[in-house]
Write a protein that binds this ligand. Structure first.
Ligand code: FAD
Ligand code: SF4
Length: 471
């Protein structure tokens, strides 16, 4: 067990990182697991603050100091049960949350310059190690009702909703159009951040709890919403945000210009050996690649291209480094792996050159006054355009929500930007304009983070339990 001054004696250790020269040629997670002694020692650095800011900044409000104490005391199974009280996918959030902006950013040790407690690594450690040691969620006290809920979408929001429902005795049946669960966890985020075996293990855990998955099934195509409304007591929608955002400049449709998500997904499917017949993953081996964008998707494209053996990867973003939306940790990892960044560079066009290559036209920007959200707008410096020759351009400007064609028929209201209307303030939490249908995750809030989708899926499940009078 630690003493109160452990944070002074031991420096922060989030787990060893595979060195760049090795990791840039493989699609494997780059952070090594913590060993038991390190996890306990790192957990012991927590000050157990009376008012833990980390809990407030964590979108699911994890009981962080409580499970850190259990790890410090070697009580792994108790820590696993405790961490699942607030988070349905703790081992996944531990891997992919931008902790520097959330829990760890708020850690008191940061203020004193001691380095935050490695909350993410320990959260991952708890479930990974408990599972290996035989832990499974304790379902012994569940009293089963006769209620059944259809969940559309096996992404973080749908999985979290199903987790809370099943723990409260309501049978969830989760439908997804893809062949595997996870949503963007599987068909988006690459293996070097989250190995697919971790998602498949979560599938086993959930099936063991009584969650049923119906895959390769699209609602609105293979099954109509009316059929679900007839067969189930309620429906949850966690269908994500998939409408590709364009830059609105000339040349975006030229051959060799790729959309980020299909590029990433086909690469993941190739690694998983599930690429549909006739489809191929684009290889960047030996190519000069320009990635446009500054979020997590852009970083994943940069680092995927590096791993495929690209000759050069340049990432252009219209604001400066301090104003990038992506996780600082992932930007640092990308730099170490050899990605060149062009800050304050706004794409204004793409051209095909006579030699068959592409040229991205980048204009220099300077940051203007902050907008209503406090973000400083990028303004183009006149006459600053320059061309970068390349073989492929990957556009990663983000995603928007698109209302499904059947929403009107089902009486589901959306905002003008496509987001489904549902919130904590709905009569039952996250109920849509159709009393029996609830929604959460990217579909409601727009493209965001895994942990926020988990939070909304859990909240919606609570709303459904009240609506179904199970609570
Ligand atoms: P999704 O994960 O999109 O899941 C929606 C599911 O619904 C999908 O499986 C889809 O197939 C299914 N579906 C949709 N319509 C139907 C239908 N009609 N019938 C059946 N099934 C349907 N967040 C982080 O926190 N950290 C990161 O590092 C990070 N990296 C990212 C990298 C990339 C490349 C991308 C694109 C996103 C990243 N994100 C990251 C964001 C994060 O993945 C999403 O915010 C999160 O997955 C949203 O969860 P969701 O459940 O709302 O939607
Ligand atoms: Fe931190 Fe994310 Fe875990 Fe919350 S869920 S404690 S923000 S890593």
């Amino acid at each position: 067990m630690s003493d109160v001054f452990q944070f002074m004696k031991l420096s922060r250790n989030p787990g060893e990182k595979v060195e760049a020269a090795v990791r840039k040629i493989e699609f494997k997670e780059i952070y090594q697991p913590l060993h038991q002694v390190d996890a306990a020692e790192q957990a012991g650095r927590c000050l157990s603050c009376g008012n833990p800011y980390c809990e407030w900044e964590c979108p699911v409000h994890n009981y962080i100091p409580n499970w850190l104490k259990l790890v410090d005391e070697g009580k792994l199974f108790e820590a696993a049960e405790m961490s699942h009280k607030t988070n349905s996918l703790p081992e996944i959030c531990g891997r992919v949350c931008p902790q520097d902006r959330l829990c760890e950013g708020a850690c008191t040790l940061n203020q004193g310059g001691f380095g935050a407690v490695t909350i993410g690594s320990i959260e991952k450690y708890i479930t990974d190690e408990a599972y290996k040691a035989g832990w499974r969620p304790d379902m012994s006290k569940v009293i089963w009702s006769d209620k059944k809920v259809a969940v559309i979408g096996a992404g973080p929001a749908g999985l979290a909703c199903a987790d809370v429902l099943v723990r409260n005795g309501v049978k969830p049946v989760v439908y997804d159009r893809y062949e595997e669960i996870g949503g963007l966890l599987t068909f988006g985020i690459p293996e070097f951040k989250l190995e697919k075996a971790v998602v498949q293990r979560r599938r086993e855990i959930m099936q063991g709890m009584g969650v049923e998955f119906v895959l390769n099934t699209e609602i609105g195509k293979d099954i109509e919403i009316e059929a679900l409304l007839e067969q189930y007591d309620a429906v949850f929608m966690g269908m994500g945000a998939y409408k590709y955002m364009k830059g609105g400049f000339a040349g975006e449709d030229l051959p060799g210009v790729l959309e980020a998500l299909p590029y990433l997904v086909n690469n993941v499917r190739q690694c998983m050996e599930t690429l549909p017949a006739g489809e191929a993953a684009v290889s960047m081996a030996g190519k000069r690649v320009v990635v446009l964008g500054g979020g997590d998707t852009a970083m994943d494209c940069n680092r995927t291209a590096i791993r495929q053996g690209a000759k050069r990867v340049t990432c252009a973003y219209r604001r400066d480094e301090a104003n990038m939306p992506g996780s600082k940790r992932e930007v640092a990892n990308a730099k170490e792996e050899g990605v060149e960044f062009r800050w304050n560079s706004q794409p204004v066009g793409i051209e095909q050159l006579p030699n068959g290559a592409l040229a991205v036209i980048l204009a220099e920007t300077r940051l203007g006054e902050p907008d209503a959200k406090g973000r400083r707008n990028a303004e183009i410096v006149a006459g600053s355009e320059e061309r970068i020759e390349c073989d492929h351009v990957i556009i990663a400007f983000g995603f928007q929500v698109e209302a499904a064609s059947w929403f009107d028929r089902a009486g589901i209201s959306s905002q003008p930007n496509g987001r489904t209307i549902a919130s904590e303030k709905s009569k039952f939490k996250y109920q849509t304009s159709h009393a029996k249908i609830f929604a959460g995750g990217d579909q409601v809030r727009g493209a965001d983070l895994v942990v926020r989708a988990v939070f909304e899926g859990r909240q919606a499940a609570e709303g459904m339990l009240s609506y179904l009078q199970v609570w």
